[in-house]
Structure formats: structure tokens, C-alpha cells
Design a protein around this ligand. Structure first.
Ligand code: NAD
Length: 419
């Protein structure tokens, strides 16, 4: 096992190399971007409710901080490892650069199944993890946020732990916090809302419109999938399937999204939902729908199932849900793929707003948040679309080219320390 062994890391690296060669990027810049700047592994011993002590392994990886402090979520999931974390940190570098944020790329995680821990055990885990990575995070260093298996409560615990250690309330140390401890309006729905904006931008380019004729399947009905569903339903689209880790619920005439959200928010699984047909996650991905939104985990569309995918528009809500071969194959079949570093960037954009508001101790209203989010994403989408036309490549490569161009310019200007 090493930092570089995972398929996700190899895939992120390969995506970068392909884009670098298409745009003729400076090889000395690319050489530096192949490796994370800093990667730490920490032990997190906690006392379980039964009195025994159990130790978990956690990570924080800072990939590149040329543009600003590190930014990236914290994942609590049994499959977390240092290489997956490094790959996700690398994707964050490209995402922040692409949408023009003054932030670098980072990511963290703990190898744990949060569903097996009580609330008290989760609190202990979050606080001890925050303490162990404490020297490396901070408003000017690296600012974590929620990801799979973590939420605003986790962020409140981390903010409090950091604040206790430093002796004052630090609003800028994490984003995705509850509003009452310095969170931002609109942050919770931001990633999903951004996905819905991007679906609209893509349809504009294709001279189509989101309306009641559009069917959608959402793989992963969590913090990204749920708000994306809400916004698309508001525009008239029919969500015919959504899934969680247990299964997918399916109704070709459209699902009642608010009722399903109530169910999931009570921490109940979709397999126990009393209505609708149940299908597998794999079947959901292959449904004959207009829009597929993979918003759960990485690597769900690969050479194994890419030939069975029927959607003509794929919005990558998750990070890395399609591997390189699947992107190549489906793009050649004229499937419009909205790449992850663009499609799910709404989260980090509003996290950036939250960080700015925390540093300024001045908070914006929701109209300003949504208007600015829309403007930044629209700009980035148009830029990626133009790059795709100019270089005659798919949107995925174009997004990487746009991100690399910005990083290359900044890295050359700052130079290589010590010279
Ligand atoms: P979440 O924990 O809120 O939801 C994840 C969903 O995926 C849940 O429905 C869960 O049951 C399901 N899931 C988990 N493992 C699965 C599996 N093996 N097969 C099928 N379904 C599975 O997480 P989230 O915050 O919504 O994140 C989802 C994806 O979006 C991740 O790739 C994350 O990195 C990415 N992302 C999240 C944000 C954010 O703001 N939360 C921002 C950008 C990208």
C-alpha cells in the first residue's frame, strides 16, 4: 500500500497527463502536481460506550497549495485509505483552480463505518481526529468540510475542538458548519444545487430544457443527491429512481422526493421504505433515463458496465464516479458528461463564501449566495465548454485543461522554492 496505489489516484493522474499533453503544459509543473505536498497518517484512539478502547486510522493530505490554503472534505467510510484521500486531494486542487477560488486542494478521512458508532463515540472520534491533524489545519492553512459520512454536526465538533485548543472561537477553520456556529446560508444544498445548475447549463448548450419530459436517476441520495433532486423536481423533471447503500427505489411515473427525504433524514434505509419497486444500485445506473446523476462514490461506471449506460447526459455529482475508460467510451458515443470538478464544485464555492464570511464576521443573505454561486459556476461551465471546442476534446479533459492552465500560470509566477 502506498499513497499512489489506488485506482482513483492512477485515474486522476492519467486524466492530468492526458490534459497536459493536449495543452502542451510545462513538464516541470506537471512533475510537481504528480505528488501531494504533504500527507499525514494519524491514530485515533477512542473509548467506546462499553468502556474498551479502539483505535482508528485517519489521514489528511494536502496536494497543492499554490493558490491558497488547502480545502477539502473529511470522509468517514470503511473504504477510506491514504491513496484514495490523496487522489481526492488532487481533484480538489483542480476543482478550486477551475472555478477560480484562492484555495488549494486537500482531503481527509477516517477508516470507519460511522453507522456502527453511537453519537458519543462519533463525537470522540471527530474531536480526537481534529486534535491529531490540528497542527496542520487552520483558517490560513487548510480548511476541512463535510464529505461522505460526516455532516454539519461533525464540523461543529471540529470547530469547537480547534477553538478550545486555541482559546477563541475560530469561524474560519472548517466550513459546512451549522448556521448557529458561523455556517453559511445555502451551504447544505450548495453541491446539489450546483449539480442542478450544471444540468441546466448543459441542456442550454444542447438546445434543450429541463421540464416534465425529462427523467432523472440519482445514484446516492445523500447530501449531494437530495438537493439536486429537489431543484430538478422544482423545474418539472421527473426523478424516477434514487438509491442509497442498501438499494434503489424506482417508479417510472416519478418519485415523491420530499417524502423520501423525510425517510432518509430519520437515518432509515431505502430498502425499508414501504412504497415503490426496489432495484439494485447497478440496475439504477443502467436505467433508460435522460439524466444520470452518480452522486455516491467513485468508480461506479467502468469498463464492466459502460456499454449498458443509456442516459445521454451524465452529471458527475460524486468525485470520480466514472473511470477514465468509461469517460472515453461514453464521450465517443456522444454522451454529454459534466465533469466532477465542475459539476460538484457548488459545495466548495459556497464553502469559500462561508470561509470569507467567517473571516469577515459578516454574513450574506441567501439571494447573494445563490446569485454568486450561479455566476461562478456559469462562468466555469462556459470556459470548459469553450476549451472543449478549442482543443476538440470532451468536457472532462477540457475541465482539466482549464484547471491546469490556471495552476501552471500561478506555479510559474511563484517559482520553485528554494530556487
Ligand atoms: P453522503 O454520505 O451524504 O451520501 C452518500 C450517499 O451514497 C448515501 O445515500 C449513501 O447511502 C450512498 N452510498 C454510500 N456507499 C455506497 C455504495 N457503496 N453504493 C451505493 N451507494 C452508496 O455523501 P455526500 O456528501 O452526498 O457525497 C457523495 C459524493 O459527492 C462523494 O463522492 C463526495 O466526495 C462528493 N462530494 C460531496 C460534496 C458535499 O458537499 N457533500 C461536495 C463535492 C463532492
Amino acid at each position: 500500500m502506498s499513497l499512489y496505489h489506488s485506482d482513483l489516484y492512477k485515474d486522476a493522474l492519467a486524466q492530468m497527463e492526458v490534459a497536459a499533453s493536449a495543452m502542451n503544459a510545462d513538464p516541470n509543473v506537471i512533475e510537481r502536481l504528480r505528488y501531494p505536498k504533504r500527507a499525514i497518517t494519524v491514530s485515533i484512539p477512542i473509548r467506546l460506550d462499553d468502556g474498551t478502547v479502539k483505535t482508528f486510522e485517519g489521514y489528511r493530505v494536502q496536494h497543492n497549495m499554490t493558490l491558497g490554503p488547502g480545502k477539502g472534505g473529511i470522509r468517514f467510510h470503511p473504504d477510506v485509505d491514504e491513496s484514495e484521500t490523496a487522489a481526492l486531494a488532487m481533484l480538489m486542487t483542480f476543482k478550486c483552480a477551475l472555478v477560480g477560488l484562492p484555495l488549494g486542494g486537500a482531503k481527509g478521512g477516517v477508516r470507519v463505518d460511522p453507522n456502527q458508532l453511537s453519537r458519543q463515540e462519533l463525537q470522540a472520534l471527530s474531536r480526537r481526529y481534529a486534535t491529531e491533524i490540528g497542527p496542520f489545519i487552520g483558517p490560513d492553512k487548510d480548511i476541512p468540510a463535510p464529505d461522505i459520512g460526516t455532516d454539519r454536526q461533525t464540523m461543529a465538533w471540529i470547530m469547537d475542538t480547534y477553538s478550545q485548543i486555541h482559546g477563541y472561537a475560530s469561524h474560519g477553520v472548517v466550513t459546512g458548519k451549522p448556521i448557529s456556529v458561523g455556517g453559511s446560508l445555502g451551504r447544505e444544498e450548495a453541491t446539489g444545487r450546483g449539480v442542478a445548475y450544471c444540468v441546466n447549463f448543459a441542456y442550454e448548450k444542447l438546445n434543450k430544457k429541463v421540464d416534465e419530459n425529462i427523467t432523472v436517476a440519482i445514484h446516492g441520495f445523500g447530501k449531494v443527491g437530495m438537493p439536486a433532486a429537489v431543484d430538478l423536481v422544482e423545474q418539472g423533471a421527473k426523478i424516477v429512481a434514487v438509491s442509497d447503500v442498501s438499494c434503489a427505489v424506482y417508479d417510472p411515473s416519478g418519485l415523491n422526493i420530499p417524502k423520501l427525504i423525510d425517510w432518509v433524514k430519520e437515518r432509515k434505509l431505502l430498502k425499508d421504505y414501504p412504497y415503490y419497486d426496489k432495484i439494485t444500485n447497478a440496475q439504477l445506473l443502467e436505467l433508460d433515463v435522460d439524466v444520470l446523476i452518480p452522486a455516491a462514490i467513485d468508480g461506479v461506471v467502468t469498463e464492466k458496465n459502460m456499454k449498458n449506460i443509456k442516459a445521454k447526459l451524465i452529471a458527475e455529482g460524486a468525485n470520480g464516479p466514472l473511470n477514465k475508460d468509461a469517460v472515453e467510451y461514453l464521450s465517443n458515443k456522444d454522451v454529454f458528461i459534466i465533469p466532477d470538478i465542475l459539476c460538484n464544485a457548488g459545495g466548495v464555492i459556497v464553502s469559500y463564501f462561508e470561509w470569507v464570511q467567517g473571516l469577515a464576521h459578516f454574513f450574506w443573505d441567501i439571494d447573494q449566495i445563490n446569485k454568486t454561486l450561479h455566476a461562478i459556476l456559469k462562468n466555469a461551465f462556459d470556459e470548459v465548454y469553450e476549451k472543449a471546442e478549442f482543443y476538440k476534446v470532451d468536457m472532462k479533459k477540457a475541465a482539466m485543461i482549464a484547471a491546469l492552465a490556471k495552476l501552471e500560470a500561478a506555479m510559474k509566477l511563484r517559482g520553485l522554492f528554494p530556487g
